[in-house]
Design a protein around this ligand. Structure first.
Ligand code: BTN
Length: 224
């Protein structure tokens, strides 16, 4: 149930272009991307032996929850295949020792959703501003584990809803219960990271006691 390409611009773009002709659950994986994309308009750099893959989701319901389905599945797959326990950074980064191991990019194609996953397996970009690290291991083994964990979590989501996904995500969330800073364009909010809303919003308890849902932004000053 997957296509393996030696080189592509972006696995997300490839799947977006083929979404109408492919079944639900189809994966595409590439050894190299020449135009890999990250969140917030960033470029996603890859190196030899990294994992670049995207999966097609044709599901009904609150599909934005898939960014958390993907994160918990990927966390399990990295633990199993690479022996590395990662922490999850809202909304959908995986960290090891505070450095980025993986990113997830969700995009819509009509009714379908494309979930793109990049993992630094054999190589990580050298970026002082955004430290990154490679988890090591075999990309083939990791991809097989990811496809399996994703199908399992997806099935759980379909049967039981968001609750088990949220619980697994929160159990590994970086900074949960602690004081964080969220940068939203020109505004910076400070508060206590209380949880995750049904729509995937970060729930931030402000100084005045109210809980503010944050839908987009970047989290800083995370505690352990
Ligand atoms: C991020 O953290 O900014 C998200 C990075 C997502 C990268 C993956 S690699 C496979 C897929 N194809 C892309 O062009 N991007 C995603």
């Amino acid at each position: 149930m997957h296509t393996h390409l030696a080189e592509v611009g972006s696995t997300n773009d490839w799947l977006l272009a083929h979404a109408a002709d492919l079944p639900d659950g189809w994966w595409v994986r590439a050894d190299r991307q020449t135009a890999g994309r990250g969140r917030r308009g960033r470029v996603w750099h890859d190196g030899a032996g990294n994992l670049m893959a995207s999966v097609l989701v044709k599901a009904e319901g609150p599909v934005q929850q898939f960014s958390f389905v993907a994160a918990v599945a990927l966390r399990g797959a990295i633990a199993e295949a690479c022996g590395v326990e990662t922490r999850l950074k809202w909304p959908n980064d995986l960290l090891f020792d505070g450095a980025k191991v993986s990113g997830i990019l969700l995009e819509r194609a009509g009714d379908a959703l494309v979930v793109g996953i990049g993992v630094n397996v054999g190589w990580a970009p050298d970026d002082l501003e955004r430290p990154a690290v490679a988890v090591g291991g075999s990309v083939e083994v990791l991809f097989a584990a990811l496809a399996r964990h994703f199908a399992l979590w997806r099935g759980r989501w379909a049967m039981e809803g968001f609750a088990p996904v949220r619980a697994a995500w929160l159990a590994a969330a970086q900074g949960i219960g602690g004081r964080i800073e969220v940068r939203l364009g020109h505004e910076t909010l400070t508060g206590i990271f209380e949880g995750l809303g049904d729509d995937g919003a970060l729930l931030l308890r402000m100084g005045d006691g109210r809980v503010r849902p944050v839908h987009a932004g970047e989290v800083f000053a995370l505690g352990g």
